[in-house]
Ligand binder design. Structure first.
Ligand code: GLU
Length: 543
């Protein structure tokens, strides 16, 4: 049998040979400075904080170099695949408004982008290796493999099929054909040319140079179901898709020697590698990877329900991804994330603890920078789904709601109170008479004065046309003439002579208006509520 006949016999029904695929997927017409990255999840569940974090660098770096980011779905491990997992990932990304330049659900010339649809491609390259004597069929049974593993573990030896454990490595064609005729099952292994005493160096773009022993293990490349292992698929796919930068979780660092070797034996050019450390969570004294099963705040649905936009999650991830991003973002109110230049050497080498408080504080900055119309549109959409009653209230008089949302917004240092859309109601309910009546009084200590004084102020002093300065000067003068003190020192010395300070008069107005001891500037609250509503509230307060 010629080598070609032999490889055809071992892997029959492969439609094309590897040369066909080399031609089908030619080099991309891009310059050296453009990155081709790929996010390559396995369809094991919904998109979560960890996957967004991992895809973030791929997307950002491709975008900022005018390159290409691919979504490739790695479903070669049927046992881990969940129902609807593939479509679920595509839908999740699309719902989050995240698009890839190419890939599953996004099209492109370098597909298919689902590994199970690339079986023929992997087998074509496995046949090439068989023909060159660089791969071989292995008949080892699961029992034999278990036995070897146990023995190696017991003797504290390296685990795997290498040297004397690779029993089928040098079988002759005749022996192989005989065993197949006898019905023995086989998989395909790499015939590793490596020597464990030699070193390979991973030039990691984040972690720096890492020296490791060369791979000498005869790794499986094609499994019993005909599909490739992760290692083999990685080499073939990233070669044929012309990935320039493999950005992936750092659990893959230790597999690098296998990958480097596979690229070498296949005659492929090695891409650049960047291994990212995971987002972690502290549980007691243990620091572990953020878990989509254990941590409710790892699920994107958690943020969707609260009304925290994807953009905020991206901003938060950017603060982890590059250490100087947060400062840049804080100092550049009119820039977006896409104006920032992400760099590998500013990425964390070790795991970063997930910090929901930081995420919320970034969210507050984000919301404070929105225009009132933008905030209204988001709130409208959000309440339509999560709070229909409030949706009606804000839409009854849209102009009025826009004014309210604009309080202390359109200024140099906008108010940073809203962190999520589900909080907006708790900040502004009192500006809507129906909601004001529904809310029970809140009691805390307040220096009250005679009702007539407040009525006198509203009826005879307050003028809606006054600007803020004039309004305050008039209020201060009025309060001083009606038993309030405008001088701190004087008040400290003779507290009994006064009802309180001028600030106490403001606090009283605030309670009358919103039953709270904190609120945005009451100048605006009074202005938008109007005299008539205010008088109603004064009457209610003194009832
Ligand atoms: N499917 C692999 C995983 O989910 C991807 C690793 C890679 O990006 O190459 O871990």
């Amino acid at each position: 049998m010629t080598n070609e006949e032999y490889s055809n016999f071992l892997l029959p029904n492969v439609e094309h040979d590897w040369k066909y695929y080399e031609e089908k997927y030619p080099k991309r017409n891009i310059s050296e400075s453009q990155f081709v990255t790929r996010f390559a999840p396995s369809p094991t569940g919904f998109v979560h904080m960890g996957s967004l974090y991992a895809s973030f660098a791929d997307l950002q770096l491709a975008k900022q170099t005018n390159g290409i980011c691919i979504l490739r779905i790695e479903d070669t491990d049927g046992k881990r695949t969940v129902e609807n997992g593939v479509q679920g990932i595509i839908d999740d990304f699309k719902n989050l408004g995240i698009t890839f330049d190419e890939g599953m659900g996004f099209g492109g010339e370098y597909g298919p982008y689902l590994q199970s649809e690339r079986k023929d491609i992997y087998q074509a390259y496995a046949k090439k290796l068989i023909e060159e004597g660089l791969a071989y069929p292995c008949f080892a049974t699961p029992e034999y493999l278990d036995e070897i593993r146990e023995y190696q573990a017991h003797k504290k030896l390296r685990i795997g099929i290498y040297k004397k454990y690779a029993k089928d490595r040098d079988l002759s064609q005749e022996e192989v054909l005989e065993r197949i005729k006898n019905g023995e099952k086989y998989i395909i292994r790499l015939k590793s040319p490596g020597n464990f005493d030699n070193k390979v160096v991973l030039h990691d773009l984040i972690k720096g140079d890492i020296e490791m022993p060369e791979n000498d293990i005869d790794e499986v490349i094609i499994k019993s179901d005909g599909l490739p292992t992760y290692h083999f698929a990685h080499a073939i796919d990233d070669h044929l898709m012309h990935t320039t930068h493999v950005i992936r979780g750092d659990e893959w660092v230790s597999s690098y020697p296998i990958h480097e070797q596979l690229f070498k034996v296949l005659g492929f050019e090695l891409p650049k590698y960047a291994h990212i450390a995971p987002i972690t969570k502290k549980e007691g004294n243990i620091v572990r990877k953020l878990s989509k099963r254990k941590d409710e705040d790892a699920a994107i649905s958690y943020y969707v329900k609260k009304g925290i936009p994807t953009q905020v999650i991206r901003l938060y991830l950017a603060t982890i991804e590059n250490y100087d991003f947060e400062e840049w973002y804080t100092n550049n109110p009119d820039k977006t994330i896409d104006d920032f230049n992400f760099e590998f050497d500013k990425m964390p080498i070790g795991g970063t603890a997930f910090d929901i408080e930081k995420l919320m504080s970034i969210s507050k900055i984000y919301f404070s920078r929105l225009k009132n119309t933008e905030l209204f549109d988001m709130l409208d959409k959000y309440t339509e789904e999560y709070d229909v009653d409030f949706n009606k209230v804000i839409n009854e008089n849209k102009e009025y709601t826009l004014n309210i949302l604009n309080i202390e917004r359109d200024i140099e240092r906008p108010r940073k109170d809203i962190g999520a859309l589900d909080e907006v109601k708790s900040y502004f309910w009192y500006m809507y008479p129906t909601l004001f009546d529904e809310n029970n009084d809140v009691y805390f200590e307040i220096k009250s004065c005679d009702k007539n004084i407040v009525l006198d102020y509203i009826n005879n002093i307050y003028d809606k046309n006054d600007d803020q300065e004039k309004w305050f000067n008039k209020l201060k003068e009025f309060a001083s003439l009606n038993g309030y003190c405008s001088d701190k020192k004087e008040y400290k010395e003779n507290p009994d002579k006064y009802i309180g300070m001028v600030s106490d008069f403001c606090a009283l107005l605030r309670v009358i208006i919103c039953k709270k001891n904190q609120s945005p500037n009451i100048y605006y609250l009074i202005k938008y509520l109007g005299k008539e509503e205010l008088i109603k509230r004064i009457n209610k307060y003194y009832n």
